[in-house]
Design a protein around this ligand. Structure first.
Ligand code: ADP
Ligand code: MG
Length: 372
């Protein structure tokens, strides 16, 4: 959907005398990468590494010095910049809402520019406000200064989505709000993205945000992408010492959140639960199904107690570990997604450890984590 082909940008080197030409050091240097349709790619790296420059070349706020950028197969250099920008949603940290326009009119900005009838544009704006969790009846007629920072940021997202652009560019979209609100906005945005499935480039300097939001992440060094892969792979197998240093010593902990629980991490259950055991949990607790022991899986483990915590396969190792740590037995029953009665096996802390070790060794298991 978005393709960078050998894209380099040099700004004019004002410090060095300023000829006005593009004679500075490269802000981005020979970038080549693809973003698939419906994919969310995060660009992460320290300040000044070229993330914003990369993003602004997509909607031609900045022109590349060399190379080209294709959008849906079309070279953006051939598209009128104004028209181009109306087909690309753009969300920035400072939000940039018009202070003298209501929330509803701010949200309807692009549809209005595109010549939609006023009533239709406002109707669409109200829909979008609803989608980002702002009641249009309550907030639509307020002015931006009458909103909290988090609410303004939501309006920014609604405005970017209003004309239903296939592509969304987001530059530090949640950077200006406090950590608690930021996490809430991230969660909301992930839910929203699950519905609207835009092709998204999102810039952040925050590794945790990049890992949480990205289907894939591009780790920037100075003007170059040092690694471009899924969060789980970047954390499990940094491509070079720079990336290893950037993702830091606590990467094993971060990996917990982006590594899904798979069947290979489980111990088999030993057999049907003892009959007549009183179920401490409310509601009926189905007995675990009998699974044949797997080859080489060693001695059979204990059954999960009828009231033991249950989790579906596919949750993150982080959620699984959290559930384990809350339970005295140190054992949780893992069931098939959507079928709590079908117990696939049990998970212990040893299983979590094995899963992390195995993935360090470069085996797969870097698929998408279920509910993030
Ligand atoms: P990031 O978004 O990763 O912080 P930027 O893309 O904003 O990085 O900047 C990359 C480099 O390009 C920096 O060295 C910055 O100073 C330089 N730069 C950015 N914009 C301009 C500009 N308009 N003129 C000259 N240099 C610029
Ligand atoms: Mg920037």
């Amino acid at each position: 959907m978005i393709r960078f082909e050998h894209v380099t940008k040099r700004y004019a080197d004002r410090a060095g005398g300023g000829t006005g030409g593009a004679d500075g050091p490269p802000a981005v240097d020979d970038l080549t990468f693809d973003v698939a349709e419906g994919e969310l790619v995060t660009l992460v790296g320290p300040s000044g590494c070229g993330k914003t420059t990369t993003m602004k070349m997509v909607n031609r706020l900045v022109e590349p010095t060399s190379g080209r950028i294709l959008l849906g197969g079309e070279d953006v250099a051939a598209v009128d910049p104004v028209r181009l920008r109306r087909t690309i949603g753009y969300v920035i940290q400072q939000v940039g809402l018009f202070p003298h326009r209501t929330v509803l009119d701010n949200t309807a900005t692009v549809p209005a520019l595109l010549g939609w009838k006023k009533a239709r544009a406002r109707e669409r704006a109200a829909e979008l406000l609803d989608l980002v969790g702002l009641d249009p009846g309550r907030y639509g007629h307020r002015y931006p200064e009458q909103l909290s920072g988090g609410q303004r940021q939501r309006v920014g997202v609604a405005r970017a989505l209003a004309a239903d652009p296939p592509v969304l560019l987001m530059d530090e979209p949640f950077g200006a709000v406090d950590p608690v609100v930021r996490e809430r906005l991230q969660t909301e945005f992930l839910n929203l993205q699950a519905t609207v499935r835009k092709t998204v480039l999102l810039v952040t300097h925050d590794l945790a945000e990049a890992v949480r939001l990205g289907d894939r992440i591009a780790v920037y060094g100075q003007g170059r992408i040092e690694q471009f892969d899924t969060p789980a792979t970047v954390l499990a197998a940094p491509a070079n010492p720079y990336v290893a240093d950037f993702v830091g010593a606590d990467r094993a902990l971060r990996r917990l959140a982006v590594t899904p629980l798979t069947e290979a991490d489980l111990d088999p259950v030993a057999g049907p639960a003892p009959v007549g055991d009183p179920a401490p949990a409310p509601g009926p607790v189905p007995a675990p199904v009998l699974l044949p022991p797997r080859k080489g899986s060693g001695p059979l483990r204990e059954n999960p107690a009828p009231g033991a915590p249950r989790l579906p396969l596919g949750v993150s190792l982080k959620d699984a570990l959290a559930a384990l740590l809350q339970d005295d037995a140190g054992l949780i029953a893992v069931h098939a997604p959507g079928d709590p009665a079908r117990i696939l096996g049990t998970l212990t802390t040893a299983g979590v450890h094995r899963a992390l070790r195995r993935r360090t060794a470069g085996e797969n298991g870097t698929g998408p984590v279920g509910p993030r």
